[in-house]
Design a protein around this ligand. Sequence first.
Ligand code: URA
Length: 189
Amino acid sequence: MGSKQVELDKIKQAILDKNICKDLADSATQLVFGDGNPDAEIVFIGEAPGKNEDEQGLPFVGAAGKFLDEMLASINLARPDVYITNIVKYRPPNNRDPLPEEKDAFLPYLQTQIEVIHPKLVVLLGRHSMNCFLPDLQISKVHGEPKKFRGRVYLPLYHPAAALYNGDMRRVLLDDFSKIPNILQKIDS
Ligand code: URA
């Protein structure tokens, strides 16, 4: 096992040992820590697991995940090329929005998870995810624009679930996604 995977496993174990968000942990089936390549250049951060994710223990495996896979394929990437996780790592009951204190409780673990992977680009899916890192921005104004903050490049995007029943949103997301290869290349230079 690679050393990054060992470090990630330690973070996962710390969440369990410290009983982070005990109420959520009690109502959920399992912890959904993250999935993909610990050496990825891109990390995607969603909001919280839904029903399918809670059942399978993996992020973005339901309908929104299917669209995320499609968007990855549109730029010649697949899940094993990237790393995918959420801010909140247990399913909130009835898929309610995560509470501010739940996001705050998981944030230090998410920060460490990102530090271990050390990606070039962090893609923030939806406003909850964006506001954890870029608090004062509005997703409708900044989606698709890379933002540098404390030495790291973030790309805020609409959440893929928002595009499921909205063709315009789908096109916007695919268009924003198409910018990713260029953004990565610019970070290199
Ligand atoms: N939506 C999210 O934000 N995360 C998931 O893992 C699935 C759906």
